[in-house]
Design a protein around this ligand. Structure first.
Ligand SMILES: *[C@@H]1O[C@H](CO)[C@@H](O)[C@H](O)[C@H]1NC(C)=O
Ligand SMILES: *[C@@H]1O[C@H](CO)[C@@H](O)[C@H](O)[C@H]1NC(C)=O
Ligand SMILES: *[C@@H]1O[C@H](CO)[C@@H](O)[C@H](O)[C@H]1NC(C)=O
Ligand SMILES: *[C@@H]1O[C@H](CO)[C@@H](O)[C@H](O)[C@H]1NC(C)=O
Ligand SMILES: *[C@@H]1O[C@H](CO)[C@@H](O)[C@H](O)[C@H]1NC(C)=O
Length: 390
């Protein structure tokens, strides 16, 4: 659970956010000492509906809600994804709002991750919701704006004040394809900026949806732009340069940067490169930076183990903790105090343990499937405490 102190500081931030005009970036590095230590728990309740329970190995295997185990380990924030019109039982408004209510009641900050899609959105796919109008950029932008507004109002009505909201998930290649597709490797710079025009127009509509919701009484959350490959300085500087170069999105339109930082996708995904990138971005934009997705394997067998960017960190629960604590140190060391948070991706996902990596298991619970389908158990690993004392 978050400490009394962090709840008090949360109240302070809300006060200062309420007095700032919607597009003015409050000097958060001065007024907000809060450091987000989060887990993405989007799939948790779907698993629970599938007869999964979690046991706390530090408490003689007591059965406990996973968020209580992770909260004891230092978690203060829960990240949740939301899809537009998914298959029933997935990450729609009703599901995500009820999860947000559950975690907010326990005192955790809520970080909402808009995918702007009916299914997964990432750099390899950004499917436009089937129900949205694609006849023009402005028609699509208008649907997007309405959706952001109505979603934020639904959270407010549901009693949840969102702390962080990401407008798009890993939008290196834009969002709402094909209209909003971008390629940051377009050259020269003038062509790259031209390439970002549609995306900038769409994103600014999403941003206006936030303003609309604020006018309707929603407490303004911090607005994030989330890009993957947080270790790639060229990518990040060129990308944000192109977005603002269009003139359609201004730097004051977003409040915080979110970066994914996975160790699996190439030898350049090092802590040194992360540090260099976060420092460059924070120096240029004078805004908070977060690492919003990462993971590390507890198990990764085989001679042809995938390329892990840092072979000095063990493949074990202790290694998971070491990796994340190293990231926390890098983020906390960012110039100007702009480093404001770290999130680990989906630690409770017992039937998707690889989390998209080439390793078998990067989650924080060890699964026992012997009682399937009536009783599946996740035993906490020592790495559930990765944020303790941080
Ligand atoms: C995991 O199990 C849940 C609950 O049975 C199911 O809905 C979901 O599709 C499964 N996910 C994967 C990745 O197998
Ligand atoms: C907890 O459960 C695990 C797995 O069944 C078992 O190995 C361990 O001995 C149990 N611990 C306690 C304290 O009962
Ligand atoms: C941006 O560049 C990509 C790759 O060349 C292209 O497919 C896309 O249509 C371009 N978008 C715009 C708006 O120019
Ligand atoms: C970093 O990003 C830039 C811009 O997209 C790209 O050209 C470059 O190949 C990336 N670097 C690596 C090592 O992948
Ligand atoms: C959960 O377990 C109950 C029995 O305890 C069983 O009837 C039900 O089918 C199981 N649910 C799933 C999704 O397997």
């Amino acid at each position: 659970m978050p400490s009394i102190l962090s709840i008090a500081s949360a109240a302070l931030v809300c006060l200062s956010a309420a007095t700032a005009s919607p597009h003015k970036q409050p000097a958060q590095n001065q007024v907000d000492p809060f450091f987000y230590k989060g887990f993405d728990l989007s799939s948790l309740h779907i698993l629970e509906l599938g007869n999964v329970t979690y046991k706390d190995t530090a408490r003689r295997n007591a059965t406990r809600p996973a968020e209580d185990i992770l909260g004891d380990g230092g978690m203060n924030t829960v990240r949740l994804r939301i899809w537009v019109n998914p298959e029933p039982g997935q990450y729609d408004l009703a599901y995500t709002l009820s999860q947000a209510q559950r975690f907010a009641k326990k005192g955790y900050r809520i970080y909402l991750d808009f995918h702007f899609s009916d299914t997964w959105a990432d750099p390899n796919k950004q499917f436009t919701p089937a129900a949205w109008t694609t006849s023009s950029v402005s028609a699509l932008g208008s649907d997007l704006r309405d959706y952001v507004k109505s979603t934020l109002i639904a959270f407010k009505k549901g009693g949840v004040d969102l702390s962080l909201v990401s407008l798009g998930n890993e939008i290196r290649h834009g969002m709402l394809w094909p209209t909003g597709y971008v390629d940051v490797d377009t050259a020269p710079t003038s062509a790259r900026i031209a390439n970002f025009t549609n995306l900038a127009s769409l994103w600014s509509n999403a941003r206006k949806g936030v303003d609309d919701a604020v006018k309707a009484g929603v407490k303004k959350p911090s607005i994030m732009i989330h890009i993957d490959d947080g270790w790639n300085k060229t990518l990040q500087l060129d990308w944000f340069g192109a977005l603002t170069g269009t003139g359609k999105v201004k730097a004051e339109d977003w409040d915080v940067f979110g970066f994914s930082f996975y160790p699996f996708y190439g030898t350049a995904a090092t802590l040194d490169n992360l540090k260099d990138t976060l420092n460059a971005v924070a120096t240029k934009y004078q805004k908070p930076v977060h690492v919003v997705e990462t993971d590390w394997p507890a198990i990764c067998d085989g001679a042809t183990a995938p390329e892990l960017s840092d072979t000095s960190v063990p493949i074990s629960p202790a290694g998971q903790t070491e990796w994340v604590q190293d990231i926390v140190s890098v983020v906390k060391g960012v110039t100007g105090g702009w480093g404001k948070g770290v999130n680990y991706w989906e630690p409770t996902w017992l039937n998707n343990t690889g989390l998209g990596s080439a390793c078998q298991d990067a989650i924080l619970f060890s699964a026992d499937w012997s009682g399937w389908p009536n009783k599946i158990i996740g035993y906490s690993r020592s790495s559930v405490n990765m944020f303790a004392g941080k």
